[in-house]
Design a protein. Structure first.
Lengths: 112, 115
């Protein structure tokens, strides 16, 4: 059974800092990994999708890497801003299904 | 291009009642999945539909059911509501079900409160 873990559960940083969020999964046989952002009481916003054959994806100040063999992904946020404050979730798919298996998320607070 | 829409956004029901939630995927998307989000359990998969067929089902009791229509819109139904069913219910759509390389997009959710 696939399990996804995100560490840390919460993170507080000053504005401008570069930071890394971690995601690990137990079964390396994934099809893709997707990072999402969730603001309080809202739905999920897709940030980046990494296919299993890819090593990284970049979008603006965000960079996500994937090491499938070790079961790890990292989300790098450069020059953090207060507007980046949210919960960040990673999720994986497997076996030809659209089913996403989620981690519990990292709650990020960026202080002005 | 309109995103995933979910109706209603908020619902308050009492124990024993039933409820129907609706999801309209992004135009052209044929795969719809449903998730339940609670503070204790996080995001848990309910079902996945593609071309009106349920392709996958999560570990939820039979009180939870769903369906998909020919226009890809989907509904989920919860019968005999329990207090523990209070949650944010999220719907996701993707372009083509089954390839799993497709980015999934979520709606704003329906907040269900059971009293």
């Amino acid at each position: 059974k696939q399990e996804v873990t995100q560490i840390p559960a919460a993170l507080s940083v000053p504005e401008g800092e570069n930071l890394v969020l971690n995601c690990s999964f137990t079964d390396s046989a994934i099809y893709n990994l997707q990072w999402f952002r969730q603001d309080p009481g809202k739905g999920l916003t897709s940030l980046l999708l990494i296919q299993s054959s890819q090593r990284e994806q970049t979008s603006g100040r965000l960079n996500a890497s994937l090491d499938k063999s070790s079961g790890r992904s990292t989300l790098y946020i450069a020059a953090s801003q207060p507007g980046d404050s949210a919960t960040y979730l990673c999720a994986v798919t497997q076996g030809g299904s659209e089913k996403l298996v989620f981690g519990k998320g990292t709650k990020l607070t960026v202080n002005p | 291009k309109a995103g995933v829409t979910q109706t209603p956004r908020y619902l308050i029901k009492t124990r024993g009642q039933q409820v129907t939630l609706s999801c309209s995927p992004i135009s052209g998307h044929r795969s719809v999945s449903w998730y339940q989000q609670t503070p204790g359990q996080g995001l848990q998969f309910l079902f996945e539909y593609f071309s009106e067929t349920q392709r996958n089902k999560g570990n939820f009791p039979g009180r939870f059911s769903g369906r998909q229509f020919s226009n890809s819109r989907s509904e989920m139904n919860v019968s005999t509501l329990e207090l523990g069913d209070s949650a944010l219910y999220l719907c996701a759509s993707s372009l083509v079900g089954g390839s799993s390389y497709n980015e999934q997009f979520f709606g704003p959710g329906t907040r269900l409160t059971v009293l």
